[in-house]
Design a protein around this ligand. Structure first.
Ligand SMILES: C[S@@+](CC[C@H](N)C(=O)[O-])C[C@H]1O[C@@H](n2cnc3c(N)ncnc32)[C@H](O)[C@@H]1O
Length: 268
């Protein structure tokens, strides 16, 4: 099974999580990431920058989304979780939710086939192979309990209209819930056109927001909660190797870089 286009973007994020697990004190500490990455690409950490920890900001993002998810599930023990654009991330194993939580992992069918090969099946965790914007999948999930939506590294790859329809349809379908996702700035969206990795993968960003809190205006029931730091996260500065900290400190001097990616939480 070969990953195509935007599906290939799962690999640098997984690699960052795999390398994080080798830190003396990891940020995420996901042993699954190391195992799955090795199967996806046995030589992933070879070459000049193969073991570089430059991708650690993406690991911070995963940790924030996990922490928010744990806190939501502590308050809502009976819930549905929609992990959208899940890639090969092992979130359900990291969070290990109670059996009262119905968890759905959703990505393109080809990615879900790989998940089946690399990650064990689990009760109360249902894989769905679909384009997230083909909303037919939404009829397959339980609707009578609060929902937690996690979309890690997904929204920038959707068009604004696609992201809006996706999120507002979910709000319409559930009595209450929380949405956690990341966005990129308008400048980062435009600049990504020249990103060599995006060009290589033929996976471009399709939307960007300078005031992502305003996405609450997309639906009358939606309310902005808060945002967590990513590129300037204290955890990144505490746990990244010194050389990586220096690079981030330098790049964060440019405000456009510091706020190029935002991690956000909304409720309804
Ligand atoms: C940057 S990766 C992030 C993967 C995973 N969430 C993580 O953080 O490790 C983006 C993921 O979104 C998926 N994706 C992008 N657009 C999608 C769509 N329209 N429908 C379903 N999945 C999509 C890709 O296949 C890929 O797995």
């Amino acid at each position: 099974m070969k990953l195509v286009g935007v599906q290939k973007t799962l690999s640098p994020v997984l690699k960052a999580k795999a390398l994080d697990n080798r830190l003396p004190v990891p940020i995420l500490g996901d042993a699954y990431a190391e195992r799955v990455m090795r199967r996806l690409d046995p030589a992933y950490d070879s070459g000049r920058f193969g073991a570089s920890q430059l991708g650690l900001a993406a690991v911070v993002r995963a940790k924030v989304l996990d922490d928010w998810a744990r806190s939501f599930l502590a308050d809502h023990p009976e819930a549905v979780v929609l992990n959208l654009g899940c890639g090969l991330d092992a979130r359900v194993y990291r969070i290990d939710p109670a059996a009262t939580v119905e968890w759905y992992d959703l990505d393109y069918p080809g990615v879900m086939d790989l998940r089946r090969q690399f990650l064990p099946a689990r009760q109360h965790c249902t894989p769905i192979g679909s384009d997230v914007t083909d909303l037919g999948w939404l009829t397959r999930v339980r609707h009578d309990v609060p929902v937690l939506v996690i979309a890690e590294g997904l929204i920038p790859y959707l068009t604004e209209a696609g992201a809006r329809l996706l999120l507002t349809s979910i709000v319409d379908a559930f009595p209450a819930g929380q949405l956690e996702f990341d966005t990129v700035s308008v400048a980062a969206w435009r600049a990504a056109r020249w990103d060599p990795l995006g060009r290589k993968y033929n996976a471009q960003f399709h939307c960007g927001f300078d005031d992502p809190a305003a996405l609450a205006d997309w639906h009358p029931r939606l309310e902005y909660v808060d945002e967590a730091p990513m590129n300037d996260s204290p955890e990144l500065m505490a746990k990244a190797p010194a050389t990586i900290r220096r690079v981030y400190r330098l790049m964060n001097l440019v405000p456009a870089f510091k706020r190029s990616s935002r991690i956000l939480r909304f409720r309804f």
